[in-house]
Structures are given as structure tokens and as C-alpha cells.
Design a protein around this ligand. Sequence first.
Ligand code: SAM
Length: 228
Amino acid sequence: MSFRATILTLYPDMFPGFLGQSLSGKAMERGDWSLETVQIRDFATDKHRSVDDTPSGGGAGMVLRPDILGQAIDSIASDERPRLLMSPRGKPLTQARVRELADGSGVVIVCGRFEGVDQRVIDGRNLEEVSIGDYVLSGGEPAAMILLDAVVRVLPGVMGNDQSGVHESFESGLLEHPHYTRPAEWEGRTIPDVLTSGNHAKIEKWRHEEALKLTQERRPDLIQALKK
Ligand code: SAM
């Protein structure tokens, strides 16, 4: 059974966007995964088709109404798929969570807009808030696409060589070692000798040491996490 993504959005035309290209696009063509969108506005009940209202308690912006979004969520046949809400307040997305999601049958993703979503629908429909980083986007759609890009590339059979991916940044808890390819010399810069030595044990050792060094410099928090 292929992986199914259902996206609830006010901007269905944004999809599949870049997910229709390259690795994820080819995987979609092959039927390894599918994507459907649900227009939240189709569940509006007034003649203006409004989906948002002013925040209770005052303040700037608008909030997505729980009754409209609740109806949109309920229109999707209930199944085992996790229901995610893209949100800067959410738990930061990690490669471990990406792998878990890829092991399942799919995801339902709600894309927020405006100031966000009424808390009652988050609680009432058990939405898992997921953040893609400590910055604020104008809507959940690009965040949903980023999450799906990460998930689709680790679905079985999507990456040509099943080993590519295993050594990547975050998979071992470390950032990845540097890469080199031909030409042997470029602008006076050469490839480290060990990589052309043909000695695989030495190459592995060098890569591990470089990964450790890089992680220590750039992401000491990852080294600390490994020690726990
Ligand atoms: N008022 C919200 C806050 O301060 O947390 C920000 C709302 S943002 C302008 C609108 C929508 O964009 C959010 O509801 C969410 O769906 C999406 N979004 C923005 N930044 C995001 C992030 N870092 N990760 C995931 N989704 C994000």
C-alpha cells in the first residue's frame, strides 16, 4: 500500500509544487505515494465563505474557526494516519520523526494561516503540532511540503541506492562528513589523500572523525544529545 498524504489548506493550488519534480515527483508517478488536497473553504457556511474570525480577547490578525476546520478534518475518512498541524509552536521536526512517519501509511496535514488555529480544534481533533524551525512563515503550506519532501525520500525504494540516506546528516546523530569528486585539483585545492587511497577502513575512519569535528564545531547540542 502506498503512502497517502492528505493536505487541508486554503491554497490547494500550491500543491504538489516542487513535490511534483525530481525524486518525489518520480516517486509519485510510480505510485509510491499520493497527495490529495482538501479546500478548507469548501466547509464555510456563510455567503462570503469566510473561514476565520477575530481573536477572542482582542489583538491583531485573524484565527481559523474551529467549526469550519473541524468539518474539513471530519470529511476525511477516519484511519490510522497521524494528524499533523504545521505550527511554529510545534515540536521541531527531526529525522527520527521523519523516519517514523515514513514507516506509517501516510499523514493528514493541516496548514495554518493568519495568526493560527483555534485551540479547541487542535485539542478536539488531536492535532500534533510540528514545527520546521524557529522562524515564522506566512502559512503552513511550505512547511507541509518540506515535511513531505523529507518523508517521501526515505520511503522504501524512492532513493535509488538504498544505502544513500543511511550515512546522512542526523541519521547517526552527527552532521555528515565533507564530500569531494573529480577533478582531482580545482583552483589549487586537492582532494584529501585518504579518499583516493582505496583503503576503505581508513576512509570510514576519516569520515567519522570529520563528521565528529564538524558536529562539534557547528552543533555541539547534537554531541551532548549523543552522550545522554
Ligand atoms: N501566530 C503564530 C505564532 O506566533 O506562533 C504564527 C502564525 S503563521 C503567520 C501562519 C501559519 O504558518 C501557522 O499557523 C503555521 O501553519 C505556519 N507556520 C509558520 N511558521 C511555521 C514553522 N516554523 N513551522 C511550521 N509551520 C509554520
